[in-house]
Design a protein around this ligand. Structure first.
Ligand SMILES: C[S@@+](CC[C@H](N)C(=O)[O-])C[C@H]1O[C@@H](n2cnc3c(N)ncnc32)[C@H](O)[C@@H]1O
Length: 349
């Protein structure tokens, strides 16, 4: 019995600073190829993992990419535009999703893990999602997808993303259960630094508090298990990046772009001071370990963490994948008539 993750060689496309790398390596994966065209993110990738990413994926021939078992890609949504009628695979030409597809068609990885923004389901009135699902099916994959919130998987950050888990059809995995939410109260407080030197403080006369919130004073169910952002005030007009939250709830979604005095992280009232989050706090909010080397440029680092995948969610998904055992070792690129797949829990009995 073996799992598709056993000794898995994987490729990391649209790699950013390696959220997929962190998760795959924690399951024994070996990274054999990386693509990322942003020079700052690439440098951070190299400093942390010793691999220099290849650049623009559209310029890389699939034949120049090594064989692999798992394809990982947190592909950018904004570059995905589907025009014309829904013609499945043909419609994806000219998009970055097409690059994933052409690589998968050539290498036939056993598993593909894809991630995108929550709104992906609604993009182009749902046609984009339909084309993605049809295309992946056409090239021979069973596809499972779900919107999951990092807040429900051990990270104190409200971050809803769509995750796709795609098994090559011939390995016979024709079901997948996404992980159940963790029943655990967490708060931003858990990941705050004691004395962050790099967290911008906001000291302005136009700060307005709308709610006095601390776990001791405001004792109710929400406090016991908030697991969501709790807004307690605002600055200026309270637009994006201008809202103030309690550290006893969760952080808002880290974002690569966006303005306001609390841009990219939001504002939090910590020990009587209104401030942004430090880049290390952002790293922790995405599940990066404390030995992760962060970009020396704060603005690049905020962008990178805003773009990154939530590592704990991926780990929870991979944990479910690892429980599924195929009955035979699947040989690369050779169609095998494999039928029976059983969950390890069932196999134990
Ligand atoms: C949503 S982010 C993915 C971040 C990554 N999952 C992580 O954990 O850090 C998308 C990344 O794709 C990169 N990208 C966009 N177009 C690209 C291309 N044509 N070739 C290579 N990388 C590209 C961007 O620079 C960005 O870092």
């Amino acid at each position: 019995m073996n799992s598709v993750l056993e000794n898995a060689r994987y490729i990391d496309l649209f790699a950013g600073i390696g959220g997929f790398h962190q998760a795959m390596n924690s399951f024994g994966g070996k990274c054999v190829f990386v693509s990322e065209w942003d020079k700052h993110a690439s440098e951070v990738y190299f400093l942390n993992y010793g691999i220099r990413p290849a650049g623009d994926i559209t310029q890389i021939l699939e034949t120049d990419i090594p064989e692999h078992d798992v394809l990982c890609a947190g592909f950018p949504c904004q570059a995905f535009s589907v025009s014309g009628k829904q013609k499945g695979f043909e419609d994806t030409r000219g998009t970055l999703f097409f690059d994933i597809v052409r690589i998968a068609k050539h290498h036939r990885p056993k598993l593909m893990l894809l991630e995108n923004v929550r709104n992906f389901t609604r993009h182009n009135e749902g046609k984009t999602l339909k084309v993605v699902l049809t295309t992946l099916k056409e090239i021979g994959y069973n596809v499972y997808f779900k919107v999951l919130n990092a807040s429900d998987y051990g990270l104190p950050q409200n971050r809803e993303r769509i995750y796709f888990v795609c098994f090559r059809k011939d390995i016979g995995i024709d079901y997948f259960d996404f992980p159940q939410p963790a029943i655990k109260a967490t708060s931003l407080h858990d990941v705050l630094e004691n004395n962050p030197v790099k967290a911008k403080i906001v000291d302005r006369p136009d700060i307005v508090f709308t709610r006095n919130y601390s776990p001791d004073k405001d004792f109710n169910d929400e406090v016991l298990f908030p697991n969501r952002p709790i807004q307690i005030g605002y600055v200026n007009k309270g637009g994006q990046g201008e809202r103030i939250y309690s550290p006893f709830g969760h952080a808002i979604t880290l974002s690569a772009y966006g303005g306001g005095v609390g841009s990219k992280t939001g504002l939090y009232l910590v020990n009587g001071i209104v401030r942004k989050l430090s880049t290390r706090e952002c790293a922790r909010l995405q599940g990066f370990p404390d030995n992760f080397i962060i970009d020396i440029s704060d603005s690049q680092a905020y962008k990178q963490f805003g773009n990154s995948v939530a590592i704990s969610v991926l780990k929870s998904i991979l944990n479910e994948v690892s429980k599924i055992k195929t009955q035979k070792i699947v040989l690369d690129n050779k169609p095998i008539n494999l039928s029976k797949v059983t969950k390890i829990a069932e196999l134990r009995h």
